[in-house]
Design a protein around this ligand. Sequence first.
Ligand SMILES: Cc1ncc(COP(=O)(O)O)c(C=O)c1O
Length: 421
Amino acid sequence: MTDQLVADRDSRPRAADAALRRRAAAVIPGGMYGHQSAGPLPPEYPQFLRAGFGARVWDVDGNEYVDLMCSYGPVVLGHRHPAVEAAARSQAALADCQNGPGSVLVELAELLVGTVRHADWAMFAKNGTDATTMCCTIARAHTRRRRILVARGAYHGAAPWCTPRLAGVTPEDRANLGYYTYNDLASVRAAVAEAGADLAGIIVSPFQHDAGFDQELVDPEFARGVRSICTDAGAALILDDVRCGFRLHLGSSWEPIGVLPDLSAWSKAIANGYPLAAVLGSDPFRDAAASIFVTGSFWFSAVAMAAAIATIGALREENALAAMERAGTALSAGILAQAAERGLEVRYTGPPVMPYLTFAGDRDYSLASTFAAAAVRAGVYLHPRHNWFVSAALTDADIAQALAGTDAGFAAVEARLAHHD
Ligand SMILES: Cc1ncc(COP(=O)(O)O)c(C=O)c1O
């Protein structure tokens, strides 16, 4: 659709966003990179956002949205949560980036070791990709083997070994990977056999949340099977909890099914939006973790660590996981009722706190895009091709507005289907 057509059917102010996009096109390759580059988001979406509070965000033109993406996961308690902001401010008043870490490094490591059952130690970084990459490096250092098995289609970050786009990636970057199918133990066994004596580890996400596909919860038998395969082979079980960590459980996301990894990768929600990642591990992997060289200019920054300590405190004190579950369940019930009322065949998959909506037969995502475009015009920010995220800040009024937005989305899909009949 042309910019003019978009503008014609959209009464929201868009001028500031359009002006920033024009300027970005001149100085940012492609105008934007990563998951917001040309692709999944319909043109109705603002590229640039100005503010956030609780479960609401505002774009640079002042349009307000109920936020169902939570910055793609980091915002778990809501934007600018008072306790987290206060902790970050008081640390910032002392210092952030120094020659060495502050005491918060140890305090946070102790807190995580006390919170996540499989963890005996913690290391910190900045992004989820840092954490998943470190887990692989530690697994290799521990086993002195090379092969890491990944699920086909899973996202573990944007480094050459795992980025979904192959531009600039060499076959050598992927040479030590093997592939299995999520929830399919036979495929894991086949990949393990292929790796032979070179198996260093298996990386797995808590459930299957590949972008653009219906989500699939983990089969506990699969999780237990992968655990025992790793134990038998002396390889590391690596849980990539970057996306789910602290939304599904306060421990690691497989604690409820009793499966403990050797190493886990965390980022996103652990500091309610402050830049932080963590690798947590069990004692047998401690020496290997100590042996690798990893660091970064900002990896000891104290503000994000103070924010993480406050985030974990607030998640507990406010019973935030139960609040998210309640909000996610209300959203799910409302959305499924709306779709049923209009006779639209949808699938709403994944846990209520990280749902994803697809339309039957919508292979090119055109119905999902129609839905998302109408929803964003009606004031709810969700995503046509990526799972959504529920935060603990969603109030009943937020949920009501979100449902008004999704209803506008379904109305647009209904109109489109009627038009095509
Ligand atoms: C499961 C998973 N692993 C790793 C990553 C990479 O995290 P980051 O984008 O912080 O590098 C992501 C990011 O979306 C993720 O969802």
